[in-house]
Design a protein around this ligand. Structure first.
Ligand SMILES: [Zn+2]
Length: 250
């Protein structure tokens, strides 16, 4: 059996308006109503999974810099005594820019670099092709072009296994080729459902969201994963929930 530990990497709160641009939001000081019309509050949180051999990242965050011109993800990884160079695997649920923005960054000379130069990337091939076709504003092509040049991409099929302890399935819903992951180890099961299961509260109420590509499918998936999670005592990993990063369903 595999032994691993899961750590949330909290990037904080942002608002996103109709223009799909993310702006940092200080929940102590800022006022949502003062943001552009239709702005939504969004929390961002990739996960670090550590095994004896690997530091694995599940989605990569926004790729923003902090006030010291350090990448937020670098600041967060430093709290676990590792750097972006120590990330050996990057696993992607999908490639919307709030999940894939951290794949690369642009330096002060306007040159783009991979954030995790030693990592192998695990990305759905269908999602990649769809992202290239769609482009802005939901996808950031600069991040994606760099991946292909890196030649360290392992393309994910519709369904399969990775690294002996992770099973995955392309489940659609939030976007046509979204993928969810189940990690199985000594301490039970962890489920990373990306944007089909973004927050704990959304597992408790049935709803359909306008921001999902197929809202009905997404709602059905939440129901299904909720049921399986209850039966299998899964710990859910919530990418858009910084106050409850990890939770089982009672
Ligand atoms: Zn998202």
């Amino acid at each position: 059996m595999m032994k691993f530990e899961v750590f949330p990497l909290n990037e904080g709160y942002y608002t996103i308006g109709f223009d799909k641009v993310f702006h940092a939001f200080d929940i102590e000081k800022d006022i949502l109503e003062e943001r552009s019309r239709g702005s939504l509050l969004v929390e961002i949180q990739p996960f670090l999974v550590r095994t004896a051999n690997d530091n694995i990242l599940f989605d990569t965050g926004l790729g923003f810099f902090n006030d010291n011109r350090q990448l937020v993800i670098e600041e967060n990884l430093a709290k676990h005594n590792i750097s972006p160079n120590d990330i050996t695997k990057v696993v992607m649920s999908h490639l919307h820019k709030d999940h894939a923005g951290g794949l690369s960054y642009v330096d002060e000379y306007d040159e783009r670099h991979e954030t995790f130069p030693n990592a192998t990337y695990y990305i759905g091939e269908d999602e990649y092709n769809y992202a290239l076709e769609q482009g802005e504003p939901s996808y950031e092509l600069g991040d994606l072009e760099l991946l292909v040049r890196s030649a360290r991409v392992e393309w994910l099929a519709a369904k399969g296994e990775l690294l002996d302890f992770i099973s995955y399935e392309q489940d659609g819903g939030h976007c046509p080729h979204h993928t969810s992951f189940l990690l199985s180890g000594d301490d039970g099961h962890y489920f990373f459902g990306g944007d089909n299961v973004p927050q704990l509260k959304q597992l408790k109420v049935r709803y359909m969201a306008k921001y999902d590509f197929d809202g009905r499918r997404s709602a059905e998936l939440r129901e299904e994963y909720g049921q399986k999670g209850r039966q299998g005592n899964w710990t859910f990993m919530f990418y858009h929930d910084v106050s409850i990063p990890l939770s089982k369903l009672a």
